[in-house]
Design a protein around this ligand. Structure first.
Ligand code: NDP
Length: 459
């Protein structure tokens, strides 16, 4: 078979998952082709994690300038120049973009700047050219979606937010998932009147309740106008402004409506139905443990499978598939205890079970602390840090670690390692802290706040 086809592996999509898979497979000696129709590095590098984080940093500098006054600095804040930020961000993204392409080139993969679609199980149309491959990996990612309400097309999605010509003065962000709360923080930090409209009582459904409550308070303290338990019903443009009607019958007048209402897998037009690759309700490609689709030589990795839509998961999946197929090292990626961060202001870092999830499994001890971080005792900013450990009452194992506060994502990465290694609360207690840091609180939490969850009747 090997020399009857053009490639041993063809990867559709040059995002985090696809690039890693193609690069590692080529390194294992496979003849690899990879196609990308938009930009190398995909969502994360171009219109996601990376530029978003630069924008969060920009927003934080403004508050930092205010905070510095308490420390004796006389900083005159004369406003923020959006065009400077976007130009600096674009320059850096272009650099990263080039790195992704070069990495593939250096690994020996053949690069196609084109769209690839299935002709049959082993044949693809790649920019009008017929290409055959023994194995095919689909790594096409996802795209943001708008709500189905009148005037929705007048609003933007996260793809557009990175290229706005100017910073809106008034903005309504709809949805309180990762993207909604992150962009609300960015726009509020850069000085816009910012509304966050969401249908839950608290933002970030699925996260630990204490984090959700703490984040709502922090967002209010940052001046974000929260509209919980509310859904938008229509958008109308009038006299250059947008009128966003809400289910509580109020109408917000803003300069920008931003739909952060979820993402959907990119499967349209790939020709999956033709070759029998099974998809779920939202179009997500269904995969087994080894990331194989219903067609055994075709794999799917990253956001197109809509499982845990995080870049590091996507790259890990790409790597695992390449090792399995060409590195003589079959392995799967565990989606258990994957740490994640929300770059709200302040940010969230979280790993493991929420209190509610732990309580369903059996009795768990909760350790919780809220304090004013050192810097804000002098800056005067009303900002609290929240830290929480959830501990299995029976085994003493740490089931969940959660933090809302400055540096939370940096701190949680280390805790995620400890949890992967099966750390117990006793291990945390015998660890000596680094002083003076916020992180040391995680190893000095001694007072149990409460016990949750029932002892199962079988015991
Ligand atoms: P999410 O799925 O996280 O959030 C979608 C939001 O839209 C929720 O608040 C949801 O409400 C709301 N929503 C959905 N449908 C409706 C509706 N019909 N009416 C009203 N509200 C609605 O999506 P995001 O767009 O924020 O992000 C997509 C994914 O991208 C994330 O889940 C994450 O996996 C990834 N991501 C990760 C980041 C990171 O790691 N820092 C950053 C950005 C994205 P409800 O909660 O009630 O369903």
């Amino acid at each position: 078979m090997r020399y009857l086809v053009d490639f041993d592996l063809f990867v559709i999509g040059g995002g985090s998952a696809g690039v890693r898979c193609a690069r590692i497979a080529a390194g294992h000696g496979a003849r690899v082709g990879v196609a990308e129709e938009r930009f190398w590095g995909g969502t994360c590098v171009n219109i996601g994690c990376v530029p978003k984080k630069f924008m969060v940093m920009a927003a934080e500098y403004g508050a930092g300038a205010d905070d510095a006054r308490g420390f004796g600095w006389d900083i005159a804040k004369r406003g923020h120049d959006w065009a400077t930020l976007i130009a600096a961000k674009d320059k850096e993204i272009l650099r990263l973009n080039g790195i992704y392409r070069r990495l593939l080139d250096q690994a020996g993969a053949k690069i196609f700047d084109a769209r690839a679609t299935f002709i049959d199980e082993h044949t693809l149309d790649v920019g009008g050219k017929r290409v055959t491959a023994e194995k095919i990996v689909i790594a096409t990612g996802g795209h943001p979606t708008r709500l189905d309400i009148p005037g929705a097309e007048l609003g933007i999605i996260s793809d557009d937010a990175f290229y706005l010509k100017e910073m809106p003065k008034r903005i309504a962000t709809i949805g309180s998932g990762y993207i909604g709360v992150e962009f609300a923080g960015i726009f509020a930090g850069l000085g816009a009147e910012t509304h966050l409209v969401y249908r839950q009582p608290l933002p970030l459904r699925g996260f630990d309740e204490d984090l959700r409550g703490g984040l709502a308070e922090a967002m209010s303290a940052n001046g974000i106008l929260l509209h919980p338990d509310t859904v938008p019903t229509s958008v109308v443009k009038e006299n250059g402004a947008y009128h966003l009607a809400l289910s509580d019958l109020s109408v917000l007048e803003v300069d920008l409506v931003f739909f952060a209402t979820g993402r959907a897998p990119n499967v349209r037009g790939l020709g999956l139905e033709k070759i029998g690759v099974e998809t779920g309700r939202l179009g997500e490609i269904l995969v087994d443990q080894s990331l194989a689709t219903s067609v055994p030589h075709i794999y799917a990795i990253g956001d197109v499978t809509d499982r845990l839509n995080l870049t590091p998961v996507a790259t890990a999946e790409g790597h695992a598939v390449a090792d399995t197929l060409f590195g003589n090292n079959p392995r799967a990626v565990s989606l258990e205890n994957v740490a994640t961060a929300v770059f709200s202001i302040p940010p969230i870092g979280t790993v493991g079970l929420t209190e509610a999830e732990a309580a369903q499994r059996g009795p768990a001890k909760i350790f919780l602390t809220r304090f004013t971080p050192m810097r804000h005792n002098i800056s005067g900013r009303a900002r609290k840090t929240l830290m929480k450990l959830i501990v299995d009452q029976e085994t003493d194992k740490i089931l969940g670690a959660h933090m809302l506060g400055e540096d939370a994502p940096e701190i949680l990465q280390g805790l995620a390692v400890a949890m992967k290694a099966g750390a117990t609360k006793a291990d945390f207690d015998r660890t000596i802290g680094i002083h003076p840091t916020a992180a040391e609180e995680f190893v000095t939490l001694r007072t149990q706040t409460r016990v949750v969850g029932e002892v199962s009747s079988a015991e």
